[in-house]
Write a protein that binds this ligand. Structure first.
Ligand SMILES: Cc1ncc(COP(=O)(O)O)c(C=O)c1O
Length: 458
């Protein structure tokens, strides 16, 4: 059995969960159109759909919530959050948003014009969709290592810096309203990005005077991986590493539902006062006044505390250890996953798990559905349902390089026994993998179809 890093906390409040019968799971899936997003959460036993907003808050966060100042403008809670923001990220300006995609929407609304390009290592689905919604073209330039699921590389989230230079020259810097990088790279396996790479990416953007905004959802996990894996950083704190990262950028946005350990919240931060002004105007239209931005005062307080807890190294060692533990259990059983394990999730390689199901029949969807039916475990497809799209020039379907099912681990929620349960359900499934069949889409909206699509088994 692999090692398990014990929890650096004890449990003071519990929420019951139940395992419903196989017949009830089958009925639930039929009702949901075989889309796991459409299930009732109560019909799920271990919910690994997302690590976003699903974590457990600490006693310090709940205490801070009681102190929330609900004033419309200039609330004390805003200034508490501003202190944490300044001390961790160091940007001159920021606005709270209700979650990450609201920040993406606002940034895209003020900067992206139709036909413009936004490079990244890999855009997450909401970033991709927000840029496309403004007529922009999100472009993924992650290094080739990301697409080799078994390659043991410490920073598989790195951007291909040569490709980035070539890309900027090809489309012209005037057609790139901002450049970004996602830390860690959620769409590509939760893999970290090295500081060396962030530095090179920042230099490239700076050379062409392109503003550099970091998608910082999992900045603390990424900082911890830099400490563990990048030469020269072992004796630096995750806070010092975070300082080094954000000093390289013109701004950042974050879904605080991840490494800030809150159930709702986000921000958009920047250095440029003109951009800040435009952001405020857009924010007032869509989210709220700049000192609350779509959140209650109590949410701002929870975030102000959670940002620090997310950086705690005892917590991070346990967090990254949990993911590694589940990964090792699966690898021991010969179940293909993206290696090495990243920060927040295990990514099952459905392409290798179900080699008999072609991409057009959604192997990731087939695996995710089978795992629910097997053990009431909910993951999420990150493959052709999420990312296949018609090429804007030729109309031909472009399939992603990897067909994955993400098992995201909520923060401070599940124990070792829960992870063992998940591993055992997958081990049983592996024994009957040849019986699994693909799916056909029966309904699909134009954007972000994975949330609401409906399916039929083939
Ligand atoms: C890398 C990344 N960027 C952006 C987002 C969007 O954040 P939110 O879900 O808070 O809108 C997410 C959340 O899933 C994410 O993982």
């Amino acid at each position: 059995m692999p090692d398990y890093t014990a929890e650096p906390f004890r449990i003071k409040m519990v929420e019951p969960i139940h395992l419903i019968s196989l017949a009830a799971r089958q009925a639930a899936m039929l009702q949901a159109g075989f889309n796991l997003f459409a299930l009732r959460a109560e019909d799920v036993y271990i919910d690994l759909l997302t690590d976003s907003g699903t974590g457990t808050m600490s006693q310090a966060q709940w205490a801070a919530i009681m102190e929330g100042d609900e004033s419309y403008a200039g609330a004390r809670s805003y200034f508490h959050l501003a202190e944490s923001m300044k001390a961790i990220f160091g940007f001159e300006y920021f606005v709270p948003t209700h979650q990450g995609r609201a920040a993406e929407n606002i940034l895209s609304a003020i900067l992206v014009k139709p036909g413009m390009f936004v490079p990244s290592n890999m855009h997450f689905d909401t970033t991709d969709a927000n840029i496309r919604a403004r007529g922009g073209r999100p472009t993924n330039l992650v290094a080739a290592a990301a697409f080799d699921p078994t390659l043991q590389h410490p920073f598989k989230g790195n951007m291909d810096v040569e490709k980035l230079h070539a890309f900027i020259r090809q489309v012209g810097p005037q057609n790139i309203p901002f450049g970004t990088i996602t830390i860690t790279n959620n769409a590509g396996g939760g893999q970290p990005v090295s500081l060396e790479n962030i530095r090179a990416v920042a230099a490239a953007y700076r050379q062409y005077k392109i503003p550099f905004f970091i998608d910082a959802c999992r900045f603390a996990e990424n900082s911890f991986f830099i400490k563990l894996r990048e030469p020269g950083y072992a004796s630096k704190s995750t806070l010092e590493i975070a300082h080094e990262i954000f000093a390289l950028a013109d701004g950042a946005w974050m879904s605080a539902k991840k490494d800030a350990l809150v159930n709702i919240g986000g921000f958009l931060a920047m250095r440029d006062p003109d951009v800040y002004q435009k952001v405020c105007n857009e924010l007032i239209l869509r989210e709220g006044f700049p000192t609350y931005g779509g959140l209650a005062g109590r949410d701002l307080e929870a975030m102000a505390v959670g940002l620090w807890e997310g950086l705690d190294e005892a917590y991070l060692a346990y967090r990254v250890g949990q993911t590694a533990y589940l990964g090792e259990r699966l690898l021991e059983a010969g179940i293909p996953i993206i290696e090495p394990t990243g920060g927040h999730a295990i990514y099952l390689d459905a392409g290798r798990f179900l080699t008999h199901i072609p991409q057009a029949e959604f192997p990731g969807q087939a695996l995710a559905a089978a795992l629910y039916l097997e053990g009431a475990v909910r993951g999420v497809e990150i493959g052709s349902v999420m990312f296949a799209h018609p090429d804007p020039d030729t109309g031909e379907m472009v399939f992603p390089q990897l067909e994955l099912v993400r098992l995201a681990i909520p923060r401070r929620v599940y124990t070792q026994a829960h992870l063992d349960y998940v591993a055992e359900a997958l081990i049983r499934l592996a024994q009957k993998r040849n019986n699994l069949r693909g799916y056909r889409i029966t309904y699909s909206p134009a954007l972000l179809r994975h949330f609401t699509a409906r399916f039929e088994p083939l």
